[in-house]
Design a protein around this ligand. Structure first.
Ligand code: 3HC
Length: 325
């Protein structure tokens, strides 16, 4: 359906303009907000950047849950810094999306009423402190795998936002791996906690890369427009190849008996996630979907007075500036 929509829009565009636009993309030129772009390109960017931003904002909830429960003041400070970074990532990405003519309020309302998604991974609970390690190590690790190529994406504001985000993601992943190292080398109970976190978060982390390529609705068009630089399966494979040796180094076992190095392929063979679970979660039926949207709706409604006050103040300042001219 989506692919048809993009094709039908493309058919209404001026063929010469479309051809010139694609030539710019193929020459790795950056498309800037004021440049001509096909409506389908703009809509695809709003969808992807908007959902990316929502993921950053909603992603603060599972980790925020452990700020008051961190085992030491140092861990609390590190986790606070990380969660605060995620808010900043959301803001950079909403700013990039706004250059396409959509407002932050519109994007937020589409999140709150379920018309827009956020990453499936954030619909799983964080049950122990070791989950903070596994989230940093696996979830931010997967996010880095997916985001580093996006620094070369064709849309200028998105590519530039990703440069700053990727730098901070590396700290997120390292602090998570450090927690996992401490737990895996701690008491038997701590090591078991780390293994339990890996068992619960491994397959949901693989789902972050999206459905398998044969089921990906957007990949081919998004790659033609260099909105997406790699396929879902390519990045998933890279993530497994990088992460499996790290689990071994920790002395932990990836919860996949089929995981094995394949010399011929030059990578690991591994079991795919349960795609019926994935579709369940992205259709709103995951373990924490209701909680996450309830928390975001509550924050939006309870803080409406702050937004209204800030907007009124900004309008007053603008009026004063005009009056002074
Ligand atoms: N969670 C939720 N929805 C997902 C998903 C996931 N893990 N994977 C795919 N989907 C959705 C897509 O959005 C699309 O639905 P839509 O048409 O309603 O948008 C549908 O499933 C089909 O998937 P496609 O593969 O065809 O979709 P894409 O080409 O958009 O690929 C993607 C999905 C790989 C997530 C791509 O959108 C992308 O690279 N996005 C940018 C990066 C991003 O958003 N990462 C999310 C994590 S950010 C993060 O983790 C924060 C970090 O700080 C922890």
């Amino acid at each position: 359906m989506y692919a048809q929509m993009v094709k039908s829009e493309a058919s209404q565009e001026d063929p010469e303009k479309l051809a010139a636009f694609q030539k710019r993309i193929d020459a790795n030129e950056k498309i800037e907000p004021k440049d001509w772009m096909p409506e389908g390109y703009r809509k695809t960017l709003i969808r992807q950047i908007g959902q990316h931003a929502h993921s950053e904002i909603v992603g603060q909830l599972p980790e925020g849950n452990w700020i008051t429960r961190a085992p030491t003041l140092e861990r609390k400070a590190i986790l606070l810094a990380k969660v605060q970074d995620e808010a900043g990532h959301g803001l950079y990405l909403y700013c990039a999306a706004e250059t396409l003519g959509v407002s932050r309020d519109e994007l937020t309302e589409m999140l709150l009423d379920g018309r827009m998604k956020y990453s499936s991974i954030f619909n799983y609970p964080t049950l122990t402190w070791a989950d903070m390690g596994a989230v940093g190590w696996l979830v931010d690790g997967a996010a880095i795998m997916n985001q580093v190529p996006l620094q070369r994406t064709s849309y200028g504001p998105y590519a530039r936002a990703m440069v700053r985000i990727c730098k901070e993601e590396s700290f997120h992943q390292r602090q998570g791996f450090d927690i996992m190292m401490k737990m895996a080398n701690g008491t038997p109970a701590q090591k078991q906690m780390a293994q339990d976190a890996l068992n619960r978060i491994w397959f949901p982390a693989l789902m972050m890369f999206g459905p398998s390529d044969k089921d990906s609705v957007h990949s081919s068009q998004s790659m033609a427009w260099k909105i997406k630089m790699n396929t879902n399966d390519e990045l998933r494979q890279k993530f497994v190849d990088q992460t499996a040796p790290q689990a071994e180094y920790l002395g932990l076992t990836v919860p996949d008996e089929t995981l094995a190095w394949n010399d011929e392929k030059g990578g690991y063979d591994f079991a795919e996630p349960d795609w019926s679970e994935f579709h369940d979660v992205i259709q709103g039926n995951g373990p924490c979907n209701a909680d996450r949207l309830e928390a975001r709706n509550r924050a939006w409604n309870d803080n409406a007075w702050v937004r209204e006050g800030m907007m009124a103040h900004a309008a007053k300042k603008r009026a004063q500036k005009v009056a002074a001219q």
